[in-house]
Ligand binder design. Structure first.
Ligand code: C2E
Ligand code: MG
Ligand code: MG
Ligand code: MG
Length: 283
């Protein structure tokens, strides 16, 4: 009996795995079609200077809503794109679209607003990446100084020398890079100083525990201290409460983004939001 039970559970388990594999292949096919048809879109989330509240940047975040369906979150479709190599085409589209949007943004407090784009390790390893960036900037007419790219510590798992060389090439072009989700990945602290990045983004999981977690508070404090020692900027992500903002201000964090300021918005709403904010601030 026991054997038979185990046997039938095994069959069930196989059937579930098979269904999952089928779903994933189906999702992969639909994602490929969506990239071809350019039916993905971008959402933009403002990044503000902590002291002044001035908008300095917006992060471009990929969005996919299949026709007639619910949105599929990037945490689902980005890993599929990475596993299948589709990320190269998806990433190229994100770069182009982000630059096209950014040229339409008004200055904030007399200074231009930058756009930051998430870049996967495979893109950074791609020999054509720097040319893609140059082409996206050229086609949109966006100055290189207004584009930033966000990479995670997972780039350290690939060919590190290539990653460093690519980031250095980009910087020569005028495009700066930030280390995203800092503290959640694999880097040892000493690697950070070898990477040609200009800021660290404090992961939202640490910001979430900032007010009542002694460990998270210590991690954020240490990250900001490390950044200062290396002459890097800091951006806190996922800021949701005034309390978190106040603590970050006391710790000397430079910039922040999060629902406290605004959720990611489609391009037209982001423009409306910017106009409303500059009206409120000059009133
Ligand atoms: P990320 O780069 O760390 O982006 C920040 C994520 O935090 C976004 O999730 C954003 O919507 C969310 N977020 C921002 N503020 C708050 C807050 O106050 N509270 C909470 N709970 N969440 C907040 P999203 O848009 O779902 O993106 C998830 C991840 O997918 C991104 O994390 C990024 O790693 C990846 N991703 C998104 N777009 C792209 C893309 O175009 N290319 C690549 N390679 N990855 C992308
Ligand atoms: Mg990011
Ligand atoms: Mg992040
Ligand atoms: Mg994150």
């Amino acid at each position: 009996r026991a054997a038979r039970q185990t046997g039938s559970r095994r069959v069930l388990f196989d059937a579930t795995l098979e269904a999952e594999a089928r779903d994933r292949r189906d999702l992969e096919r639909r994602l490929r079609d969506a990239i071809d048809a350019e039916t993905l879109h971008l959402a933009f989330q403002p990044v503000v200077e902590l002291e002044s509240g001035r908008v300095v940047d917006a992060e471009a975040l990929a969005r996919w809503t299949p026709p007639g369906g619910d949105p599929i979150p990037p945490n689902v479709f980005i890993p599929i794109a990475e596993d299948t190599g589709l990320i190269l085409r998806l990433g190229r589209w994100v770069l182009q679209a982000a630059c096209r949007h950014a040229v339409t943004w008004p200055d904030a407090g007399g200074l231009p607003i930058g756009v930051s784009v998430n870049v996967s390790p495979m893109q950074l390893q791609d020999a054509g990446f720097v040319d893609d960036v140059r082409a996206a900037l050229g086609a949109a007419g966006l100055p290189a100084s207004r584009l930033r790219i966000e990479v995670t510590e997972s780039i350290l798992l690939d060919d590190l020398e290539t990653a460093i060389a690519r980031l250095a090439e980009l910087r020569e072009l005028g495009v700066t890079a930030m280390l995203d989700d800092f503290g959640t990945g694999y880097s040892s602290l000493s690697w950070v100083q070898r990477l040609p990045v200009t800021s660290l983004k404090v992961d939202r999981s640490f910001v979430a525990g900032l007010a009542d977690g002694a460990v998270d508070h210590a991690i954020v404090t240490a990250t900001i201290g490390l950044a200062r020692a290396l002459h890097l900027g800091t951006v806190a992500e996922g800021v949701e409460t005034e309390r978190q903002r106040e603590i970050l201000r006391q710790l000397g964090c430079g910039r922040m983004q999060g629902f406290l300021i605004a959720e990611p918005m489609p391009g037209d709403l982001f423009l409306t939001w910017l106009e409303g904010r500059s009206r409120r601030r000059s009133a």
